[in-house]
Design a protein around this ligand. Structure first.
Ligand code: HEM
Ligand SMILES: CC(C)=CCC/C(C)=C/CC/C(C)=C/COP(=O)(O)OP(=O)(O)O
Length: 478
């Protein structure tokens, strides 16, 4: 058999979605490499085109510049291959159009790279080079999202036009914390159970990631030469933990009736009367007051943002958005993004672009994080009467949105690299964990199971956690 036909057979065995996902990762490596600080310095050492002097051990910058060019050539072939395979196999006009945009923009991008990065031509900003790279990336993500929708979407899917508003009994296993069935634990056991219940009110499982968000905000703020004291770190993180605890507590109180209807939440301490409502409210108020007092020792703006976060999550999200609009968790993402601003403001006393960009990443990441749980718990949310995306718009749309928000998050992450001058560690981390998250979302489309949704949810947390740790290390090293 001829070598070309062997190659063609091998390519024919690869699903288009795998090919596209690989190409997206390749394009992202290029975007992030161009956006990180290293490539800007590197380009100056490699000033002829298409080749320059060979890399040597004495010049790591030259090696980076060569790496960028070789990668660009390889990824160019992958984009072309994806487009050819896509046009051969797919008739969906949206997929074809998105692939056409990517394949047309790629040579434009190469030409811009030659002109801008190498000759440093006046009048064309390197931002244009980054902008075109982002557009290629965006078109490929759209192509993948639309292709997956036609491959694995259910066109007959009829999401609930309305959500269940009538309470339905929940099959709880054994509600051993309800007063009527509470087992006798003895006084010490009772005290421990009550203590654990108060800790549960504070939603402790979210805290590590939200603290990392605030830490990354603080670390970014030091890149302008500002110093970060241990007092600021301790006060910001403890104020943050208390604010999250306060918001979580108010959320438990305000949702006690619907929590009763949902399997996942029916054993919460206010639902089972382990903690009386009055005590929970007092606990929430105490945590809020402590949090604001501690934030106030940092600065007034940090305290104001802390108060806004508590009010936003407890009142705007829990009371207004969550029961009333399918965009509840998208808009609710503002609450989770606020710790990034609090971290930045704690150090600088004012707002700044890198802090806002970090907040933007968390905001865009939130739907890619939560929609996985919304898929896994959709029956429960329907029972609770919440208009979550899979309940109202269906699973196919939800899975597509997860991929699109992931794409947007990755673009925002590359924007932060440029704005905050972050280095190779950040770029490499985001590319690797971004690829893992993308793979988990691809598998979610193929398998469409609860297990796959949980895996994508965990991948979302690992992605943001790793990104934030990399921001802290890279920003402190700058
Ligand atoms: C509107 C925004 C959000 C919604 C609706 C949401 C929803 C949820 C839900 C329902 C859970 C499961 C809780 C459980 O069953 O124990 C969860 C877990 C979690 N969320 Fe979110 N979340 C949001 C934003 C955030 C943000 C901004 C962060 C941090 C930056 C975050 C970090 C986490 C973590 C770390 C977990 C626990 C994961 C684990 O248990 O392994 N979430 N989220
Ligand atoms: C500094 C500060 C106060 C930040 C607050 C930000 C914050 C707590 C963001 C997380 C939002 C969140 C975990 C929602 C959980 O969803 P849900 O409440 O709908 O979940 P549930 O169904 O488990 O109640």
């Amino acid at each position: 058999m001829k070598r070309e036909s062997v190659l063609r057979n091998q390519i024919d065995d690869v699903p288009l979605s795998t090919l596209l996902a690989g190409t997206i990762v390749g394009v992202y490596l290029l975007v992030i490499a161009g956006a990180t600080a290293s490539i800007a310095d590197a380009a100056a050492t490699c000033s002829t085109w298409p080749a320059c002097q060979l890399p040597s051990t004495e010049s790591p910058a030259l090696a980076v510049a060569w790496g960028h060019r070789v990668l660009a050539a390889t990824v160019g072939v992958a984009v072309l291959l994806s487009a050819i395979v896509g046009f051969r196999r797919v008739s969906d006009r949206r997929v074809r159009a998105a692939l056409a945009v990517a394949v047309v923009l790629f040579p434009v991008q190469v030409a811009l790279g030659a002109v801008v990065t190498v000759t440093g031509a006046a009048g064309i900003s390197p931002a244009v080079h980054l902008g075109v790279a982002m557009s290629i990336f965006g078109s490929l993500v759209l192509a993948l999202a639309w292709h997956l929708e036609t491959m694995y979407g259910d066109p007959t899917e009829e999401p609930d036009s309305g959500v269940t508003t009538q309470p339905e009994p929940v099959e709880t296993a054994v509600d051993d914390d309800h007063p009527s069935t509470r087992r006798d634990r003895g006084p010490a056991g009772e005290m421990l159970a009550t203590l654990q219940a108060y800790v549960r009110l504070t939603k402790p499982r979210l805290m590590w990631l939200l603290c990392l968000v605030a830490s990354a905000g603080m670390a970014l703020a030091t890149t302008g030469g500002r110093t970060l004291t241990v007092e600021t770190i301790l006060a910001t993180l403890s104020g943050g933990v208390l604010a999250i605890g306060a918001s979580g507590t108010f959320n438990h109180v305000l949702e006690r009736d619907v929590d009763k209807r949902m399997q996942r939440t029916s054993d919460r301490p206010v639902v089972t009367d382990r903690i009386p409502i009055r005590n929970a409210v007092a606990f929430g108020l105490l945590l809020s007051a402590l949090s604001l007092a501690i934030f106030a020792t940092v600065n007034v703006l940090a305290a104001a943002l802390g108060l806004s976060a508590i009010l936003f999550y407890s009142v705007v999200y829990t009371l207004l958005l969550k029961p009333n609009t399918v965009q509840n968790t998208v808009i609710g993402g503002f609450a989770g993004a606020l710790p990034a601003l609090i971290g930045w403001v704690a150090v600088t006393g004012t707002f700044g672009v890198p802090g806002l960009a970090l907040a933007g990443i968390v905001f865009l990441w939130t739907p890619a994080h939560f929609y996985n749980l919304a898929l896994a718990y959709q029956d429960d949310y329907a029972r609770g009467g919440f208009p979550m995306m899979p309940v109202v718009r269906g699973e196919t749309v939800t899975r597509k949105h997860i991929l699109l928000y992931l794409g947007a998050t990755l673009l925002a992450a590359s924007g932060l690299a440029t704005l905050a001058n972050l280095g190779v560690l950040y770029g490499a981390t985001v590319s690797i964990v971004g690829a893992i998250f993308l793979w988990a979302v691809l598998v979610l489309h193929r398998e469409r199971t609860t297990d796959a949704a949980f895996r994508a949810f965990h991948a979302s947390n690992a992605f943001l956690g790793a990104l934030l740790v990399a921001v802290v290390i890279d920003a402190m090293a700058v």
